[in-house]
Ligand binder design. Structure first.
Ligand SMILES: Cc1cc2nc3c(=O)[nH]c(=O)nc-3n(C[C@H](O)[C@H](O)[C@H](O)COP(=O)(O)O)c2cc1C
Length: 413
């Protein structure tokens, strides 16, 4: 699964379905215990993998994940612009602040979530400034006059930003298509504000339609308050798809693919997510208010903790129901287990309810899910007029519709 041939097959199918982009999440931390039953977070570097895929695809976007907590901004600005060149304007950056990995970067512990967002603010601004230091128009290449570029068009960097003091310019010019679009993941109060002000798209965990609709409405309102149009920020929840020809087959694949861990291990994991001990509760018991009073104010992931708490408050599930629901899984994503027709219907229902701008499809369980998503779900969405039947542009910004219409206040970003 770490070879190019493995991912190339999926990339080609996705491109034949005219999907906007390939998306690679990433972790800079590996738990050896998790490897016993699954690949866990084993993976090749996403930007290197997408650069290889750039050479064997033509139109599909390539969105890589990079952590503003651990990367160096100059190196990352250069890598992303390089991917943009290698793919002729198809690169995108999913900016994450990360939950783990400090020990791999000579740090004693993870900085607080707020400190990570503080760094993310200056990091993103710096990367954007670096991309502009060497504008595409500076390169004139006039052999007769013996000129390569116009040094007068190279921009110097403004003042130091936050903890960063980077002189620039970048060694690679900006691609004529502009800079890579920005994706973001992390939906705490601070994460939502960050996304609303800076991001073109948000990769979210939204296990229910209500959750997605609420998040989308909030992001749009916050974007407007920040001087952008509501459409400037697109909500793309993760959608885990376990697909088969019949609903029963899909259910069987889903059951067979379930994590082989005990209920007590699941309870321990959920306890860590909300930051309160659930181990004394019976499976048939609802979560008492006394437990909710004791939850951690500094959980590992505020996004995941709040998803669980909102579900408890809205539906009062038993502990068993909570463990079986998507929020009981590590990713807390929306899930569809069924036929391609059922998946297309669900996507249409969420779209009609104004809950999503698209999805980050996560076909799971078997290769068949990838094939059925690309060859049956997408054609059904095209037939219903919900998705385009061919690419209308060549860059990721084109696929996302970023050029139309120009948002007011873009210069404030
Ligand atoms: C849907 C989703 C996907 C994420 N993907 C990644 C990832 O691929 N790599 C990573 O290091 N962190 C990832 N994160 C972690 C976030 O970047 C962030 O650090 C975390 O959610 C804490 O932010 P918060 O305080 O806003 O909850 C993800 C978070 C969410 C909600």
């Amino acid at each position: 699964m770490h070879t190019l041939s493995f991912v190339r097959r999926a990339a080609e199918m996705a491109e034949q379905a005219h999907l906007d982009f390939l998306f690679r999440a990433d972790s800079l931390f590996l738990n050896p215990q998790a490897l016993a039953s699954s690949p866990g977070f084993s993976s090749t570097d996403p930007t290197v993998q997408l650069a290889a895929l750039a050479a064997v695809t033509e139109r599909i976007g390539l969105v890589t994940t990079a952590s503003s907590t651990f990367y160096d901004p100059y190196l990352l600005a250069r890598q992303l612009m390089s991917l943009h060149w290698m793919s002729e304007g198809r690169a995108g950056w999913n900016l994450v602040t990360s939950l783990d990995g400090a020990e791999n970067f000579s740090q004693q512990s993870m900085p607080t979530a707020e400190a990570r967002y503080d760094r993310a603010e200056s990091f993103l601004q710096l990367v954007r400034q670096l991309w502009e230091t060497y504008p595409a128009e500076a390169v004139t290449v006039d052999r007769q006059a013996g000129r390569y570029a116009d040094p007068g068009l190279i921009r110097s960097m403004p003042e130091p930003l936050g903890e960063f003091d980077v002189a620039g310019p970048l060694t690679v010019p900006q691609h004529p298509a502009g800079s890579p679009p920005i994706f973001q993941a992390g939906a705490s109060e601070r994460g939502r504000e960050f996304a609303a002000v800076h991001a073109d798209a948000v990769f979210a965990s939204a296990p229910t339609l209500q959750e997605a609709a609420g998040l989308r409405a909030e992001l749009r309102a916050r974007a407007e308050r920040a001087g952008r149009t509501p459409e400037a920020v697109r909500l793309l929840p993760g959608l885990v798809l376990v697909l088969a020809e019949t609903a029963e087959q899909a259910q069987d694949i889903h059951e067979a693919g379930k994590e082989p861990i005990s209920d007590s291990a699941r309870i321990a994991r959920l306890s860590r997510v909300i930051g309160a001990d659930l181990s004394d509760l019976e499976l048939a018991q609802r979560i008492p208010e006394s437990v909710l009073q004791k939850i951690s104010q500094t959980p590992r992931s505020r996004t995941h903790q709040q998803l669980v708490l909102r579900l408890i408050r809205a539906e009062q599930p038993t502990l068993r129901e909570l463990l079986r629901s998507p929020v009981g899984s590590p990713s807390a994503h929306w899930q569809v287990v069924g036929t391609p027709a059922q998946a297309a219907t669900e996507i249409g229902r969420w779209q009609d309810a104004g809950a999503i701008d698209g999805v980050v499809a996560l076909p799971s369980g078997s290769w068949r899910s990838v094939e059925l998503f690309c060859r049956e779900v997408i054609p059904q969405l095209v037939a219903e007029g919900r998705f385009r039947s061919d690419y209308t542009g060549t860059t990721l910004a084109d696929h996302l519709g970023l050029h139309l219409p120009r948002e007011p206040g873009a210069d404030r970003r």
